[in-house]
Design a protein around this ligand. Sequence first.
Ligand code: NAG
Ligand code: NAG
Ligand code: NAG
Ligand code: NAG
Ligand code: NAG
Ligand code: NAG
Length: 420
Amino acid sequence: MSGGCSRGPGAGDAWLRLARLALVLLGWVSSNSLTSLATSSTSSASFLASAVSAQPPLRSQCPPLCECSEAARTVKCVNSDLTEVPADLPPYVRNLFLTGNQLAVLPAGAFARGPLLAELAALNLSGSHLQEVRAGAFENLPSLRQLDLSHNPLHKLSPFAFSGSNASVSAPSPLVELILSHVLPPVDKEEKWSIEGMVAAALRAGQALRGLRRLELTSSHFLFLPQDILVQLPGLRHLDLRNNSLVSLTSVNFRNLTHLESLHLEDNALKVLHNGTLAELQGLPQVRVFLDNNPWVCDCHMADMVTWLKETEVVQSKARLTCAFPEKMRNRVLLELNSSDLECDPILPPSLQTSYVFLGIVLALIGAIFLLVLYLNRKGIKKWMHNIRDACRDHMEGYHYRYEINADPRLTNLSSNSDV
Ligand SMILES: *[C@@H]1O[C@H](CO)[C@@H](O)[C@H](O)[C@H]1NC(C)=O
Ligand SMILES: *[C@@H]1O[C@H](CO)[C@@H](O)[C@H](O)[C@H]1NC(C)=O
Ligand SMILES: *[C@@H]1O[C@H](CO)[C@@H](O)[C@H](O)[C@H]1NC(C)=O
Ligand SMILES: *[C@@H]1O[C@H](CO)[C@@H](O)[C@H](O)[C@H]1NC(C)=O
Ligand SMILES: *[C@@H]1O[C@H](CO)[C@@H](O)[C@H](O)[C@H]1NC(C)=O
Ligand SMILES: *[C@@H]1O[C@H](CO)[C@@H](O)[C@H](O)[C@H]1NC(C)=O
C-alpha cells in the first residue's frame, strides 16, 4: 500500500508537469500562428493596396468593339470590320486577336500609337484583308513571340516588316513563330511580281529573324524556294511548306539549318530529289522530312533517290511514296523499285515502236499496190498523158497570142498617148 501511496503523489507530479508542458506548447503554437497571421495580413494588405493603386488606369481601357479580359490578359477585336489597330489597347494584353477585320494596310508602328504593349506575346491578324504590311509594322513590341498573318491577300510585304523601319539598325526581332500561310493575293498577270521573292526578302532582312524557330509557309502557291530564303534563319526548328507548287529543291541550301527538326513538303509538285539535296538532308542531325503526295517521276534520274530512301531514317513513312509518272510505273512504291525498273526510255516507248513497224508495213503494201495499178494501166495512162499535152498546147497557144498583142509597140504607144 505504502508503495502505492508513495507512487500516488509521484504520479500527480508527473501529470502536473505534463499539463504545464502542454500549456507552454500551446502558448508557443498560438503565439506563432498569431504572428504568422499578422504577417500574412500585412502582405495581403500591401497586395490589396498595390492592386487598388494599379486598377483605375487598367479598367478604363477597353477599346470599342473589343472584348478585354484582364485575368486572361487577352483582348479580342474580332469580326468587327475594324479598319485600323485600336490605339488605346490596355497595356496588360498578352494575347491580341484582330482576326476577321478590314485592316488593308498595317503602317509603321501600328501597335505603338498608345501605351507601350510591353507584354504582347501573341498577335493574330488572320483573315483581316491585309494587303500591305509596311516597314516597322511590328515595332515597339518587345515581347512578341508569335505572329499569325495567315489568310491575308498580302500584295506588299515590306522587306523591313519584321526588322524595323530603320534599315541600318537591325535589331533582332523577338519572334519565335511566324505564320504566313494562305497569303497569295489574286494574281495580276501584268505585274512582274513574285510572292517567293517578296517573302524571302522579308525573311532575310537585317538578320532580324535569327531567333525564329517555327515558320509556316503553306498554301501560297510557291513555285520555287529562292536560294537565300533560309540562310538568315539559323535557329529554325520547324519549317512547313505544305500545299505549295514546289517543283524542285535544287536551289535551296538546307546545310546551315542545323537545328531543323521537321520539314514538311507534302502536297507539292516535286518530281525527284537530286544528290545535292539528299546529302544536305542527310547531314542534318535531327530532321524528319515529310514527302507524301508529290508526283514522283520514276525514270533513270530517280535511281539516286531510291537508293537513298532504302537506307535513310530521315524520311517519315517512306513506304507510302509512290510514282506518278511514267504511265507504266504509276502507283509503284518507290522503296520497292530496282535499278532495272528505272530507265530513261529511248526516243520511243516500246508499245509505240511496235505500232510504228506495223504502220511501215501497211504503207509499203499500199505503195506496192499503187505501182502495180500504174503498171497495169500503162496504156491508158499514156493516152491520158497525150490528152493532157494537147490540152496544154492549146492553152499555151492562146497565151502566146495574147502576149503578142500586148507586146506590139504600136498598140502600147497608142494606149499611152490616149492617156495624155
Ligand atoms: C488565329 O485566328 C484564326 C481565326 O480565329 C485561327 O484559326 C488560328 O488558329 C489563330 N492562330 C493561332 C496561331 O492561334
Ligand atoms: C537609323 O539608325 C541610325 C543609327 O542609330 C541613325 O544614325 C539614323 O539616323 C537612323 N535613321 C532613321 C531614318 O531613323
Ligand atoms: C491548298 O492551297 C490552295 C491554294 O493554293 C487552297 O485553295 C487550298 O484550300 C489548300 N488546301 C488545303 C488543304 O489547305
Ligand atoms: C553556312 O555554313 C557555312 C559552312 O557550313 C558557312 O561558311 C556560312 O557562313 C554559313 N552561312 C550562314 C548564313 O550562316
Ligand atoms: C549520287 O551519289 C551516288 C553515291 O554517292 C553516286 O554513285 C552517283 O553517281 C551520284 N549521282 C549523280 C547523278 O551524280
Ligand atoms: C529486283 O531485282 C531482283 C534481281 O535483280 C529480283 O529478284 C527482284 O524480284 C526485283 N524486284 C522487283 C520489285 O522487281
